[in-house]
Design a protein. Structure first.
Ligand SMILES: C[S@@+](CC[C@H](N)C(=O)[O-])C[C@H]1O[C@@H](n2cnc3c(N)ncnc32)[C@H](O)[C@@H]1O
Length: 302
């Protein structure tokens, strides 16, 4: 079984090297169909036929991790799992959590030059990172915020969410080995980091008093969002790449409802929205703006 996992710049792709075949692996055709239905409904994941070998290998690994003896047992537990832990494990095994500090740097340039100044008159500004993975993306936003004038006047409330409990726990700790940073990223992140000493040598920790500005929360993009129109911007980058087009459209519409008028949605550079924009307008590659008059001073005296 050969599976190649490639990361070409911004594009996370998982390419099966063998064509889909009938019942040769762990998952029978019926099992794969059941997994496909489940993944689509619960996670939004589009498991097309080309992913059958990948799914086979990853479900085998999950079975070993959970100490389960059969695929049937696995499905039963998965479908009854109220904690969401098995679902989280399935997402981790079928998608990549790849991320990095200041990934897709043009977004951060745009954030600093155009978006953050909008919040300078407000007492509070809310930003949501809707597929935050292990935290590099929300902490990059935090670093951009604290390097900007706006941080002297306005309070930031940053929400970081993901479906995976494993990545959220790493994000919440906010501790990263030095090799997680490119030299440029380390330079930009350094003001919000503490450098480890002695047993923590080679590690950096996000300053606890700043980390408190980030709320970590488990949220599934497939579920209704418990928010009104309240975020100045939403980052939802490199997660919708796994969804089929109709699911992407539904998620974009829900995210758009959470934006303030004039607020911005950032998606991954390989996730062009095309005709899915709805009440958003295209601003530049992978950046969309919610139509309506920006609430320039609306929150000034909240
Ligand atoms: C490739 S990472 C992207 C991380 C970051 N946004 C970036 O661009 O660097 C994709 C993340 O999406 C999360 N994800 C996948 N499906 C999801 C869903 N239905 N709801 C919420 N998060 C999901 C995964 O757990 C993973 O952490």
């Amino acid at each position: 079984m050969r599976v190649s996992v490639q990361n070409r710049g911004n594009v996370d792709t998982i390419s099966p090297c063998l064509p889909a075949e009938a019942d040769t692996g762990l998952l029978s055709t019926a099992d794969f169909a059941r997994l496909r239905r489940f993944a689509k409904q619960q996670i939004g994941l589009n498991l097309h036929d080309g992913k059958r070998h990948l799914a086979d290998a990853r479900v085998s690994k999950e079975l070993r991790r959970l100490g389960l003896g059969s695929v049937r047992e696995y499905f039963e537990q998965l479908e009854q799992d109220a904690s969401g832990d098995l679902l989280s494990g399935l997402v981790d095994s079928l998608t990549t959590n790849y991320t990095s500090f200041f990934r897709e740097p043009e977004h951060f340039q745009f954030l600093e030059a155009t978006v953050l100044p909008m919040a300078a008159q407000w007492q509070e500004c809310r930003i949501w990172c809707a597929a935050s993975s292990t935290g590099e993306e929300p902490y990059s936003i935090l670093a951009a915020w604290h390097g900007h004038e706006v941080s002297k006047r306005t309070r930031l409330k940053l929400l970081a969410s993901d479906i995976s409990t494993r990545v959220l726990s790493t994000a919440q700790q906010g501790v990263y080995p030095e090799d997680r940073f490119s030299p440029e990223a380390l330079q930009r992140m350094r003001p919000i980091l503490l450098k480890g000493r002695r047993s923590a040598d080679g590690l950096y920790r996000v300053r606890p008093e700043l980390r408190q500005q980030v709320e970590f929360r488990r949220l599934n993009l497939m579920h209704p969002f418990p928010f009104g129109s309240e975020f100045l911007c939403v980052f939802c980058r490199n997660a919708m790449i796994y969804f089929d087009r109709p699911t992407q459209g539904e998620v974009v519409a829900k995210l758009s409802r959470c934006l303030l008028p004039g607020g911005y949605l950032f998606v991954g550079h390989s996730e062009s929205l095309g005709d899915l924009v709805g009440d958003l307008e295209y601003v530049r590659p992978a950046v969309y703006r919610k139509r309506g008059v920006p609430l320039a001073n609306a929150r000034a005296n909240d």
